[in-house]
Design a protein around this ligand. Structure first.
Ligand SMILES: [Fe+2]
Ligand SMILES: [Fe+2]
Length: 292
C-alpha cells in the first residue's frame, strides 16, 4: 500500500502538465502572483495561445456565466471577471475538456455542485462567491485525474465501490493510499492556485481540516451533498454522505434560507442542462468567437 502511495505521489509530481494543462498556465500563474501585472499583459499571454483564447471566450460567453453582452476579447473578459477568475478559468477550461471526454456524469455532478455552492455563498454573503463557484466546479478534480491518469487503479476503485458498497474516497484510500481530496490538494498546490480554492477542494470531505477558508469549505461540502441527494450527475458512487456537524455549525442556515434556495437551485440546474448541451454540441475548441 505504502509502495502504491509513493508511486502515485511521484507520478502526480511529474504531472507537470495534465495532457490538457498547457504550459501557458504556469506562465499565467507567475504573472498573476505579481501585483504589478496589468490586465493587458495577462491578455497578451493568453492571446498568444489561440486554442486557449477560444476556450476562455467560449466559457465567458456561455450560459454558465450569463453575461448579458457578448465579450469578444480576452482583455474585456479580464476586466469583467478579474485576474483570479481568469486564472481558474484557464485551468477550468482545460479540466472541463478532460472531464467531458472522460465522464459526463462526473462533469454534471461538478457543474451542479458549482451552481449550489455559488447560490449558497451568495445567500451567506461570502465575499467573492464566484470563487466558491469555481471551487465547487473543481472540487472533485482528484477524481478526474485518477480516471485520466490512473485507469488501472480506477477499475479497482470502481469494483470496490460496487462489491463492498464503499464511498468513493474509502475505495480510493484502499487502492491508492490517498483519496481524491488529497490528490486535489497536491495538484492545486503544485499549480499555485489561491488558498481559497485549495482548501475547499482539498477538504470538502474533511471540513474540520480547513484553516483559513472554513466557510467556503463547508459550502462546497454541503453543495456536494445537496447535489448527490438531488441525483444530478454522479460523483462515482450512489451514496449520499452525511452532513458534517462542523459544516452545519459553520453555515448556520435557517430553514427559511433553504426554502428560498431550493427553487433557485432547481432553475439553475435546468439552465445547466442547456449549458451541458451547448458545450457538447460545439465542443470547446470549435468556433471560438472572433476577435475584434
Ligand atoms: Fe468529493
Ligand atoms: Fe463531489
Amino acid at each position: 500500500m505504502d509502495e502504491t502511495k509513493r508511486k502515485v505521489k511521484k507520478r502526480l509530481r511529474n504531472l507537470q502538465s495534465l495532457p490538457t494543462l498547457p504550459p501557458v498556465v504556469t506562465k499565467l500563474t507567475k504573472l498573476l502572483g505579481d501585483d504589478n501585472t496589468t490586465a493587458l499583459q495577462l491578455a497578451k499571454v493568453i492571446e498568444k495561445d489561440q486554442v486557449l483564447t477560444g476556450k476562455v471566450l467560449k466559457m465567458v460567453n456561455s450560459a454558465f456565466y450569463g453575461f448579458p453582452r457578448r465579450i469578444s476579447t480576452v482583455s474585456n473578459a479580464i476586466v469583467l471577471l478579474g485576474f483570479n477568475v481568469i486564472r481558474t478559468l484557464v485551468i477550468t477550461a482545460s479540466i472541463f475538456e478532460m472531464m467531458q471526454s472522460e465522464d459526463l456524469s462526473l462533469w454534471e455532478h461538478s457543474l451542479g455542485v458549482a451552481a449550489a455552492a455559488g447560490l449558497l455563498a451568495t445567500k451567506l454573503e461570502i465575499p467573492n462567491p464566484e470563487e466558491v463557484t469555481t471551487a465547487g466546479l473543481l472540487h472533485d478534480l482528484g477524481k478526474v485525474v485518477i480516471r485520466a491518469e490512473f485507469p488501472e487503479y480506477q477499475r479497482q476503485i470502481a469494483s470496490l465501490i460496487k462489491e463492498e458498497e464503499l464511498y468513493t474516497r474509502e475505495a480510493e484510500s484502499r487502492v491508492l493510499g490517498l483519496d481524491h481530496g488529497e490528490i486535489g490538494r497536491l495538484l492545486t498546490n503544485q499549480w499555485n492556485l489561491p488558498e481559497r480554492l485549495i482548501e475547499p477542494i482539498a477538504y470538502h470531505h474533511e471540513v474540520e481540516k480547513a484553516r483559513r477558508f472554513k466557510k467556503e469549505t463547508a459550502v462546497v461540502h454541503f453543495a456536494d451533498i445537496i447535489i448527490r441527494a438531488w441525483g444530478y450527475g454522479s460523483g462515482g458512487d450512489p451514496w449520499v454522505p452525511p452532513l458534517a456537524d462542523k459544516a452545519w455549525k459553520l453555515l448556520r442556515l435557517k430553514e427559511k434560507d433553504l426554502e428560498e434556495l431550493m427553487p433557485q437551485l432547481d432553475d439553475r440546474l435546468l439552465d445547466l442542462r442547456f449549458f451541458t448541451m451547448e458545450m457538447q454540441g460545439g465542443g470547446l475548441d470549435q468556433n471560438p468567437p472572433s476577435q475584434s
